[in-house]
Write a protein that binds this ligand. Structure first.
Ligand code: FAD
Length: 494
């Protein structure tokens, strides 16, 4: 007796998004699905994407990936956060680290106790109470018991795709090489029926994942899902990426250096450094941007500059009919907080939770789109914060950012923090309180108040609390090994 025919999933595109989806679906669903991925070597991938955030470790664990194998394959280093240079004002720096600062009371975050300390004459900076931040500043790293060190990776996403391809194929995914020439629609339902390759091969499916990058071949070119443009909030529209030789041992953090019409990234991998400039073409032309980038890299240049244009925003429906956009096809926000690969991960895990058992349910589509949209909006607000709250007025770009209208959701968050020192994580928001506090204070907000519970502590109690936390953090960091040496030992490389 034969069972029901397996559910046919077709993935269009083999960049990081395509192979992340293929590996996770093949591992989780096994023989319950018939999985095909189509990609074109002639077209290639976007070829950028290096800085990530901590949930990627969870995704890798779900796939049963050994961390050292993964780091060797992707030439990855550990990442403890992002150093923001020149965002509050030129010459000023702050750190957005992973992990927690100090110790929260259930009623009030640690910032309230630190602010109370300031009032009473304590002088230690807020940074002095964060393990990940101090370790990053000192170029140190180690895995600690009970996952006390919260970290992500700086990696080569092209190599990550290749690594995942090996896993996906071993788990039964089929790869087809070729250029998709036509997306064939079913005349009655309007669903996608098949992808037709330029060889004439026709690949039919029940569910299609559009992982074709900025082209959005299925979701937009064939199904016209629509796009919400957020350029009025995040005006950068261009980037140039270039790789250089490493000029120093790799630090465990990414750098985001503001300039007068955007910012520049520096991401250290084991064997090279990723660099790029993000800018608003209204204020900086492409040749000048390239010159500025090449003038501000550290080692010899290894690659031709890779110029990219983008429109910040989101696909109106990430799941439309029997097609789901995953990766750049679903929308784009600049990599200021390293969120793109994470959004891919979120979409894949969400899809697996809502995997159709037969025809696609409109309820699943609505739920998926609501949840995806909430992720996008929350991240968008967090990015806007970096541009809106600043003392910079030194160029037309920064004056535009300081003057722009912002979403009400963000305005509420900023004003609540400014007045009361409070910040709340709502609806499984990606960035937790610690992230918001670090960035809001880093960008220059000093809360006017602190929670009254902090004021209840006697001077000696408050001093003891602050001193114990600071000393424990300092001692832990002093005992950590050098990051570069640790990576070399862990991976058996460098
Ligand atoms: P792509 O890599 O473009 O892959 C598209 C695939 O579709 C390719 O395999 C291509 O061959 C295939 N394809 C397209 N058309 C056809 C066709 N007609 N027929 C057959 N195949 C086709 N993310 C982070 O998390 N951290 C970062 O630091 C970061 N930095 C970034 C910097 C910049 C400037 C940009 C633009 C992006 C950055 N990203 C970052 C995002 C990250 O690069 C992407 O999210 C990630 O690489 C996934 O891309 P993708 O797979 O969606 O698209």
């Amino acid at each position: 007796m034969t069972g029901p025919a397996p559910y046919r999933i077709v993935i269009a595109g083999g960049g990081t998004a395509g192979w992340m989806a293929a590996a996770a679906i093949a591992r989780t669903m096994g023989k319950a699905v018939d999985l095909t991925l189509v990609e074109s070597d002639a077209i290639g991938t976007v070829g950028v994407g290096e800085s990530t955030i901590p949930p990627l470790a969870t995704y890798n664990r779900l796939l049963g990936i050994n961390e050292a194998d993964f780091m060797r394959a992707t030439r990855a280093t550990f990442k403890l956060g992002i150093m923001f240079d020149g965002w509050k004002r030129a010459g000023d720096s702050y750190f957005h680290s992973f992990g927690l600062t100090g110790k929260d009371h259930w009623s009030a975050g640690f910032q309230h106790f630190w602010l109370e300390g300031l009032r009473r004459g304590h002088t230690q900076p807020y940074d002095a109470y964060c393990l990940e931040l101090l370790a990053a500043a000192d170029n140190r790293f180690a895995h600690l018991p009970d996952e006390r060190m919260n970290y992500a990776y700086q990696l080569d996403s092209t190599l990550y795709g290749r690594f995942l391809r090996g896993l996906a194929e071993a788990d039964g995914a089929r790869r087809v090489e070729g250029r998709i020439q036509q997306v064939a629609l079913d005349g009655e339902s309007g669903n996608i029926a098949a992808l037709v390759l330029d060889s004439g091969v026709r690949i039919e499916g029940d569910l299609f994942l559009d992982c074709t990058g900025f082209r959005a071949l299925l979701i937009e070119q064939a199904l016209h899902a629509g796009y919400d443009d957020w350029t009025h909030y995040l005006p950068c529209d261009s980037a140039i990426a270039v790789q250089t030789e490493s000029a120093e041992p790799p630090p465990p953090f990414t750098r985001a250096m503001a300039h007068d019409a955007g910012w520049q990234w520096r991401i250290p991998l084991q064997h090279r450094t990723g660099n790029g400039i993000v800018y608003c073409s209204r204020y900086l032309d492409h040749d000048a941007a390239q010159e500025r980038l090449l003038g501000n890299v550290q080692g010899p240049v290894l690659t031709e500059p890779n110029r990219l244009r983008f429109v910040t925003g989101t696909r109106r429906k990430q799941w439309h009919r029997n097609c789901i956009a995953i990766g750049l096809s679903g929308g784009f926000m600049e990599p200021l907080e390293s969120t793109s690969i994470h959004l891919i991960q979120r979409a894949i895990l969400r899809l697996i939770r809502m995997m159709p058992a037969g025809p696609v349910s409109e309820r699943d589509i609505a739920e998926f789109n609501d949840q995806q949209n909430a992720d996008m909006l929350q991240i968008r607000d967090f990015l806007i914060l970096h541009y809106k709250v600043t003392e910079r007025r030194d160029s037309p770009f920064w004056r535009q950012c300081a003057a722009m209208e912002i979403p009400d959701t963000l305005a509420q968050k900023i004003e609540l923090f400014r007045e009361t020192g409070r910040v709340f994580r709502r609806n499984e928001e990606l960035f937790a309180e610690n992230s918001w506090v670090q960035v809001m204070m880093g960008q220059g907000i000093v809360p006017q108040e602190r929670h009254p519970i902090a004021g209840k502590l006697r001077d000696d109690e408050l001093a003891k609390l602050l001193e114990t936390l600071r000393e424990t953090t300092r001692r832990t960091v002093a005992g950590l090994p050098d990051h570069g040496a640790y990576v070399a030992r862990y991976c058996g490389v460098l």
